[in-house]
Design a protein around this ligand. Structure first.
Ligand code: 13P
Ligand code: SF4
Length: 303
């Protein structure tokens, strides 16, 4: 059943000149039918640069919205209609407008995990792979950073010369991990390297051998020559690509790190949305143009 469904999707995709993009947190079967798998930054670049007519985005809403903002002439489909990001929902445009009024000299850097309305009010967008670079490069010493307080505080540590005003948002999946989880995992191996996503809070980040985006974690392990075992502190979907690229290395994960939103995309949804052109992302043009400026600034400042 799964194999024939996969074949049907691939056939339909070729017929309609569509591409399938999938985030590393998607299920293995979804990653297996994707043309590109990546982290938020890599996927937004591919969305902008490819020549397909249709993008089927297997991820969450802010990712599909970003693809539409960057590629308005393409049809962007989000197969799992309800796949949102609870952290993105922690920042509203109204609350951001109020904060901007209180800090008129500050520039706004928004994490890509935010709504299109929040992006429209921001000076520049960032992902976990380029946030430090962007905050360093932006022409302001005062920065409002939203919605992730953990990524924001990590950036503040790396760029102490700037003043970062943090928002009180967080990702439940990463924020629930505590120092004791890492201490416990370290008991399993003497030669354990700990890789942590910057959405984790400081006590956990302080125990890391490496901090980076999902894409950066995969690159780190793939290039690492030490005979180590690895504890991967992020959503467990990353392990599909991590193991595929590193079949001879040994990994440990924290079992409860599962993002239910990322797991909502099923092969049936991908097929149905492409067949019926269902769940298309539509963004009003003036809003799109405002949000585009922040995403284009990311592509310039994050280079
Ligand atoms: P990456 O950009 O590192 O893939 O992160 C996306 C995300 O949602 C992390 O929770
Ligand atoms: Fe959002 Fe966290 Fe899921 Fe990433 S893992 S999409 S930040 S809820």
């Amino acid at each position: 059943m799964t194999e024939s469904l996969k074949e049907k999707i691939l056939e339909l995709k070729n017929k309609k000149n569509a591409i399938i993009l999938a985030h590393y947190y998607q299920t293995p079967e979804v990653q297996e039918i994707a043309d590109f798998i990546g982290d938020s930054y890599q996927l937004s670049k591919i969305a902008k640069e490819n020549s397909a007519d249709i993008i089927v985005f297997c991820g969450v809403k802010f990712m599909a919205e970003s693809a539409k903002v960057l590629s308005p002439n393409k049809t962007v489909l989000l197969p799992a209609e309800k796949a949102g990001c609870p952290m993105a929902d922690m920042a509203t445009a109204d609350a951001l407008a109020d904060l901007k009024n209180k800090h008129k000299d500050a520039k706004v850097v928004c994490y890509i995990n935010s709504s299109v309305e929040v992006k429209a009010l921001s000076d520049v967008c960032c992902t976990s792979s380029n946030a430090v670079k962007i905050v360093k490069n932006i022409a302001s010493d005062n920065i409002i950073f939203l919605p992730d307080k953990n990524l924001g505080s990590y950036v503040q540590e790396q760029v102490p010369e700037k003043n970062i005003i943090l928002w009180n948002g967080f990702c439940k999946v990463h924020n629930m991990i505590v120092r004791e989880d890492i201490i416990e995992a370290k008991k399993k191996s003497e030669n354990l390297k700990v890789l942590v996503h910057p959405e984790c809070w400081k006590p956990v980040r302080d125990m890391a051998d490496f901090i980076g985006s999902t894409g950066a974690m995969i690159n780190y392990v793939t290039e690492d020559k030490d005979n180590a075992e690895y504890l991967i502190v992020t959503e467990t979907g990353i392990m599909h690509k991590m193991k595929e690229k590193n079949p001879n290395k040994k990994f440990h994960t924290l079992d409860n790190m599962v993002c239910v939103n990322m797991k909502m995309t099923k092969l049936e949804d991908v097929y149905k949305s492409l067949l019926e052109m269902k769940n298309e992302i539509i963004i009003e043009e003036s809003l799109r143009k405002k949000a585009l400026a922040s995403l284009e600034n990311m592509l310039i400042l994050g280079r």
